[in-house]
Design a protein around this ligand. Structure first.
Ligand code: PLP
Length: 486
């Protein structure tokens, strides 16, 4: 496909300006005037429309294709919530308004959304209070670990040095704990895919600041020993941190607060109606139990005794601001609309379908691919391409095969604990027919690995480029046409 600059023809126009109704020569200082004409493509309106429409169709999107990227929850989200977020009463509000004297009265709706979202998410997670400020999952993790550190500092726990993290954790977990100033101890998983309790016991001591855990973890399995883990960590005054990025596995069925967690972060842009990925806006609210509440970031939205909502900054122990204003308000608004739309029962069904769909795929593909952990899974199922590897076909080759079938590849080579990992998260929004189409494509890939393993090396065949350098394609991108052509 050509660049729009390559489609440019001198003199071609797509726009006719109206006649000027002001003097044509404005009096500007010479230094402010442009020296050369702007380099713009000269194209017709139709050229532009076709160019960008075709470009948009190159996108692999959840609106067009199945997107079973494990640990990312690339589910279809209702367009209704987008509509709500675009309502002018919300979208046009100036973020400074509620902070101005008298401005609160014009922002009651927005403040109520923040207040109610916090309340509902606290109910869902079993937490006491929540900050809606963090702008992504990883940002929420950092906030949560800073709250952990504030707790230890206030208690005079100066000997706390380590945060314990299972080896199956998402990479952001150790990164966040390290950025917050802790050293990391990684604990291996046992044969069932959950943290090895004996090995955990061996490393927990007075220097343990806390434990970060994902449940279900990125092996896609539930940890039935959480109570024991919580007791152990609490016995040394450690903090239990819950990575709730994948909450759609337990939504409405299990509350982290009820099984001993002290801090929880959520990814509204996975579970609550904003798509993950593509660099779009995110939101990673952080909920806490009683012990950590006073350290939460400011400002906080309160409901006054006269029923009015207001911002409150009067928290002397707060860790301060973690983001400007009130977080990603549009994303929070979508989550609010989504919770209203589904209601309590609907949210529970979300989880049930997510888990059912993953187990269906696990069952259908079991005979063809090695399963990482042979047990009932939660919202995602984990395979290994180890059998295919014996025939010279890697997980990445299967991923490339799927691209030609119009299916976005699942997550491959993560978690790091499983060789040739293929991690599939079908999500609750997919139908049985779509799951069958995917399963059949995976089975065809397995068959091809038996009959013609070399065929994989030329895949994908349907894309503008086939096999970019996996590292350089992300690190050395050249996107500036002029920089290249000069
Ligand atoms: C996605 C994810 C994160 C990080 O969330 P971001 O919004 O991408 O920063 C953390 N933990 C787990 C388990 C995740 O799946």
């Amino acid at each position: 496909m050509k660049l729009i600059f390559e489609k440019s023809v001198t003199g071609r126009k797509g726009l006719k300006f109206p006649a000027l109704d002001v003097p044509a020569t404005a009096q500007l200082p010479k230094a402010c005037l442009r020296q050369d004409d702007a380099r713009l493509p000269e194209v017709s309106e139709l050229d532009v429309v076709r160019h960008f429409t075709q470009l948009s169709q190159r996108n692999f999107s959840v609106d067009a294709n199945f997107y079973p990227l494990g640990s990312c929850t690339m589910k279809y989200n209702p367009k209704f919530t987008e509509k709500v977020a675009a309502m002018p009463g919300f979208a046009d509000l100036h973020p400074l308004l509620p902070q101005l004297k008298g401005g609160e009265k014009y922002t009651q709706g927005a403040l109520e959304v923040l207040y109610e979202s916090e309340r509902w998410l606290c109910e869902i997670t079993g937490m006491k209070a929540m900050t809606m400020q963090p702008l992504a999952g990883a940002h929420g993790e950092l906030t949560g670990i800073m709250l952990m550190a504030a707790y230890h500092k206030a208690k005079g726990n100066t000997h706390k040095k380590y945060v314990i993290i299972p080896d199956s954790a998402h990479g952001t977990n150790p990164a966040s704990a390290a950025v917050a100033g802790y050293e990391i101890i990684s604990v291996p998983s046992d044969k069932k895919g959950v943290i090895d309790l004996a090995k955990l016991k061996a490393v927990v001591n007075e220097e343990t600041a806390g434990l970060m855990m994902t449940c279900p973890d990125t092996h896609g399995v539930f940890n039935g020993q959480i109570d024991e883990v919580s007791k152990l960590i609490h016995s040394v005054d450690g903090i239990m941190y819950y990575d709730g990025a994948n909450l759609n596995a337990i939504l409405g069925r299990c509350r982290p607060g009820d099984v001993g967690f002290d801090v929880v972060h959520l990814n509204l842009h996975k579970t609550f109606a904003t798509p993950h990925g593509g660099g779009g806006p995110g939101s990673g609210p952080v909920g806490v139990g009683e012990r950590l509440e006073k350290f939460l970031p400011i400002s906080r939205v309160i409901r006054r005794s006269d029923g009015m909502y207001a911002l409150n900054y009067d928290y002397p122990d707060s860790i301060g601001y973690i983001a400007s204003f009130y977080g990603a308000f549009g994303v929070i608004l979508k989550a609010y609309a989504y919770m209203l739309l589904l209601g309590c029962e609907g949210l529970k069904q979300t989880t049930d379908h997510a888990v059912l769909n993953a187990n269906y795929l696990l069952h259908r593909l079991k005979g063809h691919y090695q399963v990482a952990f042979d047990r009932i899974c939660m919202h995602e199922c984990l395979f290994s391409a180890s059998r295919q590897l014996e025939r010279g076909v890697h997980a990445i080759d299967i991923a490339k095969f799927l691209i030609d079938q119009n299916i976005h590849p699942p997550t491959v080579y993560f978690p790091l604990t499983v060789k040739e990992a293929i991690m599939v998260e079908p999500t609750e929004t997919e139908s049985k027919e779509t799951l069958d189409t995917f399963a059949e494509a995976m089975i065809r890939a397995d068959e091809l690995s038996k009959t013609d393993p070399h065929a994989f090396h030329a895949l994908p065949k349907t894309m503008p480029i086939s096999r970019p350098d996996e590292t350089k394609a992300a690190r050395e991108v050249k996107v500036n046409f002029f920089a290249q052509s000069v």
